[in-house]
Design a protein around this ligand. Structure first.
Ligand SMILES: [Zn+2]
Length: 116
């Protein structure tokens, strides 16, 4: 059992819920430990997932969940959250690797190590 006992646990729970509902052809990795104040909107928590491509580009997927949502609310909203992640994952997968390189040069700036 994880004893951290703060909202991180809940976040991990939601990550797991979303992962368990994603269709099999979608392969994403939950990203944990993002600071919530990254989000412009303080009333929302952002959950991040990462998707990778063979070319080495990683895409960042995210969904926002209002901070006042209970786990029960989140469970109800789960299909919508899942389909949002799936849509983002599919649009990443649809891009060809030229576009991925553009992404990598442009807006995808996280602590992935650069392999250029
Ligand atoms: Zn690619």
């Amino acid at each position: 059992m994880n004893q951290k006992g703060n909202m991180v646990d809940e976040q991990e729970g939601v990550h797991g819920l979303i992962l368990s509902q994603l269709s099999d052809d979608i392969c994403v990795v939950p990203l944990k430990g993002f600071k919530m104040d990254l989000s412009a909107n303080r009333n929302f928590n952002k959950l991040f997932f990462k998707i990778g491509c063979n070319c080495g580009t990683a895409g960042l997927l995210s969904v926002e969940i209002a901070v006042d949502k209970t786990m029960e609310d989140i469970n109800k909203a789960l299909p919508a959250l899942v389909s949002r992640i799936e849509a983002q994952a599919r649009s990443f997968s649809r891009m060809n690797c030229e576009d991925h390189k553009m992404l990598r040069l442009g807006k995808v700036k996280n602590n992935e190590k650069e392999t250029s």
